[in-house]
Design a protein around this ligand. Structure first.
Ligand SMILES: NC(=O)c1ccc[n+]([C@@H]2O[C@H](COP(=O)([O-])OP(=O)(O)OC[C@H]3O[C@@H](n4cnc5c(N)ncnc54)[C@H](O)[C@@H]3O)[C@@H](O)[C@H]2O)c1
Length: 339
């Protein structure tokens, strides 16, 4: 199968590309490297660096060219601006990439008859839920820019599926972790951050009280499901939670990681406001971001039901949190040892 993967230099896109390549698929990789990294493209048995297309998903002409020149059977549309504070501080760009960029992909897929689109959505959509676990079909609408961009993009996915009879699945990823998680960026995801800090024997700072719990999904489990979903070419739209259906608090995850790494470092807990202060744009202008929203974001719980994925696709997450974190520790160790 010819498969196009957008966001292929990122954490999730590169891992999907590698797995598809290993399974014998013809992979076409695309990224603008705004967040992606070349070393995500180097694997023990293949190096994708020379073949990745450096294209922005907002570039309609280039996207149309790619889609018209290859007999693509599936697009994994993974590219997007993922860090929540980045989307909040540059909202127009977040909308251009996450929403308009998605529509550009959908329109090219429509024009050139691409039979399947798998879109990277997020369980951050459920940020205002108060009943758990969160279900695909029943949730409170989100507030912040990032989940709203993904919500809007999903609406366009549904629009294309309903209007043109295309087959589109939006995978709502929980917090994804695994080897190649970006631990080098300025504000890494929580799992990457704590492992990096412990690796350097530094004291990690958590901008919370450590009790809020979130659910996670290990990258290989996510890919298992993403591959199964791509086989479903039935016309229509579906949203699928990709979650292990188990929540862990910051303190619990930190405890596991300390044990795995053999560290005994007490973290510092800071006021969440200090974290957001790193994004001064949010405090500029006549209407600065409110404390209530920041508190809600930091303290929110996430727990997503994965019954739909299990029943429809016969999928079951395989990797428990301890083994998954141990694999991230091994990856970070190798990466930082060679920096
Ligand atoms: N990592 C998670 O926990 C998580 C959870 C839920 C949803 N998601 C979604 O999954 C997707 C991948 O996440 P990730 O963790 O791999 O993030 P990532 O930042 O590592 O990867 C995203 C990739 O998209 C590329 N990109 C961004 N804008 C682009 C543009 N305009 N044109 C072309 N490429 C562009 C970046 O360069 C990057 O390589 C994102 O859409 C994100 O919103 C991630």
């Amino acid at each position: 199968m010819n498969v196009l993967i957008t966001g292929a230099a990122g954490f999730i896109g590169s891992q999907i590309a590698y797995r598809l390549w290993k399974e014998g698929h013809e992979v076409l990789l695309l990224d603008n490297f705004s967040y992606g990294r070349e070393d995500n493209l180097v694997f023990p048995d293949v190096d994708f660096r020379s073949r990745i297309l450096r294209i922005d998903i907002r570039d309609r002409k280039a996207i149309n060219e790619v889609c018209s020149q290859h007999a693509i059977e599936c697009i994994y549309h993974i590219a997007g601006i993922a860090p929540l504070p980045d989307c909040q501080s540059a909202p127009a760009e977040a909308v251009e990439v996450n929403v308009t960029g998605t529509v550009t992909i959908l329109e090219a897929a429509r024009t050139y008859g691409i039979p399947k689109i798998v879109f990277a959505s997020t369980t951050a959509l459920y940020e205002n839920d108060v009943m758990f676990p969160s279900h695909e079909a029943r949730f409170e609408l989100p507030t912040l820019i990032y989940p709203n961009t993904k919500y809007a993009a999903e609406r366009f996915c549904q629009s294309y599926a309903d209007t043109y009879g295309m087959s589109i699945s939006a995978l709502r990823f929980a917090n994804v972790y695994g080897p190649h998680i970006d631990c080098l960026r300025k504000q890494p995801p929580f799992v990457a951050y704590m492992i990096r800090e412990l690796w350097y024997d530094r004291i990690p700072t958590f901008y919370s009280n450590g009790t809020q719990s979130r659910d996670y999904i290990y990258i290989d489990d996510l890919i298992d499901l993403a591959l199964k979903v791509a086989e479903n070419k039935a016309p229509g739209f579906e949203a699928v939670n990709v979650s292990a259906h188990q929540s862990y608090s910051v303190n619990e995850l930190y405890g596991i990681v300390c044990e795995v790494m053999g560290k005994n470092i007490v973290p510092v807990f800071e006021n969440p406001e200090k974290y957001w202060a790193k994004y001064p744009a949010l405090y500029e202008g006549a209407y600065p971001i409110t404390q209530k929203i920041l508190d809600h974001e930091v303290n929110k719980k996430t727990l997503c039901d994965n019954t739909y994925a299990r029943e429809k696709y016969g999928w079951e997450p395989q990797v428990d949190i301890r083994s998954g974190l141990a694999r991230v520790v091994a990856y970070v160790d190798t990466l930082l040892s060679t920096q």
